[in-house]
Design a protein around this ligand. Structure first.
Ligand code: OSB
Ligand code: MG
Length: 368
């Protein structure tokens, strides 16, 4: 496929409610979309970078700059672009994985539409629907947290992830356990808010039967995670630290984690995400699909990925209305605690132009 035109579009979309993590509170999302047009096909990609570099070093304006200045011009100089060649084409540029992922996803969508194949079938999905979990932000009070969980469980969510931070951890988890009982599937995510010094404190979570604790320590301290893992009964899962299949293998081999959160944006694309899935399967480590407050575009791709066979832990796969009053594609709805995996070619979603235009703050077109 020859790429004729690239479109970079920024959106500002309000969240249905504030989302607080140990690194900050979000009330809206600044989203970058990439649209690629070839001779007979077009495709969409979503960049998951946040507007401020708090979760990782990438941020949306930086991704836009990288895509506009280096990635798209290089892509548009190619006579034939195939999704399998994109990551190698971009390999000379260090890092910038979220920028690369957005472009690769648009190539995948456009090319798979030409091939008449869904992203799920292409990646090797074995499921037609995915069980739903929800990531729940830190609340001001325990009562608010319990009320929110009541609501999510009534809707059918099958697993709860609680964001935690020092001071809002053990007692919150205890309250949730006491209120909802031992059968609730429960895990926590610290977004790197602790250090190895907190090992004894974090071991107090052991009594609550958590599925896992996600990224307790700074992303660069993988050896500290290995030492922590030996002091906890709760399995340690890594998110921010896992930047590639290579890193995933190393982290597993040194014992830094026994479960992996896979987010395509964090690792540079859905093909690298699949490679991480494969490495983890080879090493006997279960994986689950993370999320980054995606619109229907990124959500469709996550559903396709989450259907791979080693996604044996319920992920942050939630319905469109978890974050949005109105989605820019047809909304993903949860039925009996599951969301159906799109089956149409490519991402299998249609962008609603009228909704898109209402949330758009800027559009830039780049021609070959
Ligand atoms: O650490 O998993 C995380 C959202 C933004 C940045 C980091 C994380 C998250 C979430 C939300 O937990 C997951 C979702 O999109 O449902
Ligand atoms: Mg996380």
């Amino acid at each position: 496929m020859k790429i004729r035109e690239g479109e970079l579009r920024r959106l500002r979309m309000p969240l249905v409610g504030p989302f607080r993590t140990s690194f900050g509170t979000q009330t809206e999302r600044d989203i970058l979309l990439v649209k690629l047009t070839g001779e007979d096909s077009e495709g969409w990609g979503e960049c998951v970078a946040m507007d401020v570099p708090l979760y990782s070093s990438e941020f949306v304006a930086g991704c836009e700059h990288v895509i506009r200045t280096w990635l798209l011009p290089l892509l548009m100089r190619q006579d034939d672009v195939q999704p399998e060649a994109v990551s190698e084409l971009f390999a000379p540029f260090a890092g910038n994985r979220m920028a690369k992922e957005a472009v690769e996803l648009a190539v995948l969508d456009a090319e798979l539409k030409r091939r008449g194949q869904s992203l799920a079938a292409y990646l090797g999905s074995v499921c037609d629907r995915i069980p739903c979990g929800v990531s729940v932000g830190i609340t001001d009070t325990t009562e608010q947290l319990l009320a929110q969980l009541e609501g999510y469980l009534a809707q059918g969510y099958q697993r709860i992830k609680l964001k935690i931070e020092p001071g809002l951890d053990v007692e919150r988890v205890r309250a949730v356990r006491e209120h909802f009982g031992p059968d609730l599937r429960l895990q926590v995510d610290a977004n790197a808010a602790y250090t190895l010094e907190d090992a004894d404190h974090l071991a107090r979570l052991d009594e609550f039967g958590l599925i896992l604790i996600e990224q307790p320590i700074h992303e660069e301290e993988v050896w500290a995670h290995a030492k922590l893992a030996r002091r906890l009964r709760t399995p340690v899962c890594l998110d921010e630290s896992i930047l590639s299949a290579r890193v995933a293998r190393e982290c597993i081999e040194i014992g830094a984690c026994s479960i992996v959160n896979i987010k395509a944006g964090r690792v540079g694309g859905y093909l690298e995400a699949k490679r991480i899935h494969d490495v983890c399967a080879e090493l006997g480590v279960p994986v689950w699909c993370g999320g980054m407050l995606e619109t229907g575009i990124g959500r469709a791709a996550n559903l396709a990925l989450a259907g791979l066979p080693n996604f044996t832990i319920i992920g942050d796969v939630s319905a469109s209305n978890r974050f949005w009053r109105e989605d820019i594609t047809e909304p993903f709805e949860m039925v009996d605690g599951h969301i159906a995996v799109p089956t149409e070619p490519g991402l299998g979603v249609t962008v609603r132009q009228e909704v898109l235009d209402r949330y758009t703050t800027s559009v830039e077109r780049i021609r070959a």
